[in-house]
Ligand binder design. Structure first.
Ligand code: PRP
Length: 179
């Protein structure tokens, strides 16, 4: 275990098992369909790569970079899209793949934006959900783990761009982010 991690919350085996379970649900839901799987970078990169390799329907890849900023004039904040999907999505099935749902601001705004482009369907698959941090009402369609309000890193999740490459999800020692 890395010295900055105080506890492993989810081992690589637990994550792999959950990825299998989520893929099974998705394979049933999307059987026979063509689906654009959207990775919201950077955090979802590892989860996306593991999950799509377990899917047995027709999968196309897209990547987005988007973040939500607080703004007192807009209750759910402003969505800044740094990299958009490369194609029109009207009439297509869209599956957003995210690493973590925290306040809900990013996915709330992202879902609204993509729905305005009239896809045939839009669903959200999130590995981690921290419902206690929610500031906007948002329910993902597929969830891996519901976790407590702890600062987690690894398996794509970072602090200051560090720790994303860990194969497990760990709780960061407070002294590492309170410096
Ligand atoms: C993380 C995560 C989500 C968002 C969730 O991304 O990947 O996109 O935060 O938080 P929210 O529910 O409070 O909006 P981040 O902006 O940290 O960028 P990253 O994916 O590059 O790490």
């Amino acid at each position: 275990m890395h010295p900055d991690v105080e506890q492993i919350l989810l081992t690589d085996e637990q994550i792999a098992q959950k990825v299998e379970e989520l893929a099974k649900q998705l394979n049933e839901a999307y059987r026979g369909k063509e689906v654009i799987c959207v990775s919201v970078l950077k955090g979802s990169a590892i989860f996306f790569a593991d999950l799509v390799r377990k899917l047995d329907f027709c999968v196309h890849f897209e990547f987005m970079i988007a973040s939500s900023y607080a703004d007192s004039t807009v209750s759910s904040g402003i969505l800044k899209i740094k990299k958009d999907i490369d194609q029109p999505i009207a009439g297509k099935h869209i599956l957003i793949i995210e690493d973590i749902l925290d306040t809900g601001n990013t996915l709330f705004k992202l879902k609204k934006e993509l729905l305005s482009r009239r896809p045939a369907s839009l669903a959200v698959c999130c590995l981690l959900d921290k419902p206690s941090r929610r500031t906007v009402e948002f329910r993902p369609d597929y969830v891996g783990f519901t976790i407590p309000d702890q600062f987690v890193v690894g398996y794509g999740l970072d602090y200051n761009e560090n720790y994303r490459h860990f194969p497990y999800i760990g709780v960061l020692k407070p002294e590492c982010y309170k410096k």
